[in-house]
Design a protein around this ligand. Structure first.
Ligand SMILES: [Zn+2]
Length: 404
């Protein structure tokens, strides 16, 4: 069931009772994290068994649901920490500084007409929090098909998770197969006997990454004498970078999915493999992989929300296989894939054809047939490019077009 977090600002003064609840919550999370580290457990249940009674003694009146939810937050903090330890880049023992709390949907009430959150603090004490509402927010509140998920509360805002029963994906009439590369998605749309080559370009993402990488390096050098400041500034740089990149990835995903939806097409993507960096050099490489992962994540999430079928396939040999005769080439090609049987095609487009072939042979793309012979178009469609608004007509010719 897809979930969407909607951010609400809060009206008026933040009640004192809630501030102290947030402080208690933070205390509970941090002490559960410490207890969990000592006892080497990360699950919510184990943490609850471990710390519940102790914490209960110190805070006898705190609403029990909030306490359980604090252990849940502690559990995910511990899991992230453990993952970093496994990768060999663990920092210090995790400690939550910022004030916030999470309440599951049973632990608060929401007046969806007036936008008021009713939050229990302890037995006999409730606080009403008024939300600032815009049309965007009212859209979520007034639509009964959205059910309420958790509430995450900060001193200046609240994030409410809305869940929706995902619409059943439509039966695809076409397939949009995309090979994910550092600067673009490249692929084909196949429908019946015709195929179109297409591309969604995002060269600026690699540029943003490089720029921020250099900036962080410079910061580290300049603030080498002050590690705390250096770390703080680097983190800020990292957040800016992430926001910039994610903003663009959302646009790319929207363009791809709107096109797929119009065509009643399934989207075929490759399964991106896990990658474990062993040295620093490899960490740099990993940096360029996360936008692609993130892009897939965004596409899958949005597609689920909109009822667009997405198929993920194993990309093994997809860049070295000939989709016509099935021969596997020994080494990777240059820009152009060439086969002894005479087939030749742009390397990335060829890879996307192989993804499509895998999806169809496994019956994952409905009743579509794989017919590369239809693949004669030489006009490339641009689904997305940085200057999208300025130019929307097809972008000249490409060297796509086989000999089949
Ligand atoms: Zn061949």
């Amino acid at each position: 069931m897809p979930v969407k977090g909607v951010v609400f600002r809060l009206k008026g003064e933040f009640p004192v009772e809630v501030t102290s609840l947030l402080e208690d919550f933070r205390l509970a999370v941090n002490s559960a994290v410490r207890a969990g580290l000592q006892a080497r457990v990360t699950s919510r249940n184990a943490l609850t068994r471990l710390s519940y009674s102790d914490f209960r003694k110190e805070h006898p009146k705190m609403y029990a649901q909030h306490l359980v939810s604090a252990f849940e937050v502690a559990g995910s903090v511990l899991k992230n920490h453990r993952r970093r330890v496994r990768r060999g880049n663990a920092g210090r023992i995790p400690y939550i500084r910022r004030l916030f709390m999470k309440a599951e949907n049973q632990a608060y009430k929401l007046d969806r007409v007036n936008g008021v959150v009713d939050l229990p603090i302890r037995a006999g004490c409730h606080v009403m929090l008024k939300l600032v509402l815009s049309d965007y927010h009212r859209g979520y509140l007034s639509d009964p098909s959205f059910t309420l998920g958790s509430l995450t509360l900060f001193p200046n805002r609240a994030i409410i998770a809305f869940r929706k029963n995902a619409p059943k994906p439509y039966a695809p009439e076409a397939a949009l197969s995309l090979d994910t590369n550092e600067r673009s998605l490249d692929g084909v749309l196949v429908r019946g006997d015709s195929a179109v080559v297409l591309k969604a370009e995002f060269p600026e993402i690699a540029m943003i990454q490089r720029r921020h990488h250099d900036k962080r390096k410079k910061l580290q050098k300049k603030k080498a004498h002050d590690r705390r400041t250096s770390r703080r500034l680097c983190k800020r740089e990292g957040n800016r970078e992430r926001h910039r990149i994610e903003h663009r990835l959302h646009q790319v995903a929207n363009a791809v999915l709107s096109f797929a939806e119009n065509q009643k097409s399934a989207v075929v993507l490759e399964e991106l493999k896990g990658f474990k960096p062993r040295r620093n050099k490899e960490l740099n490489r990993r940096l360029s992989l996360w936008p692609r992962r993130k892009l897939h994540q965004i596409i899958e999430y949005k597609a689920q929300w909109r009822g667009i079928p997405v198929v993920k396939v194993d990309p093994r040999y997809s860049s070295r296989t000939c989709p016509i005769c099935g021969r596997i080439q020994d080494s990777r090609m240059g820009a152009e894939f060439e086969c002894e049987c005479g087939w030749h095609l742009d390397r990335h487009i060829n890879a996307s054809l192989n993804l499509l072939r895998t999806a169809i042979s496994k019956g994952m793309a409905g009743g579509l047939r794989f017919n590369p012979g239809a693949f004669q178009h030489d006009v490339m469609m641009i689904l997305y490019e940085p200057a999208m608004a300025a130019r929307s007509e097809p972008n000249g010719t490409s060297d796509a077009g086989g000999t089949a």
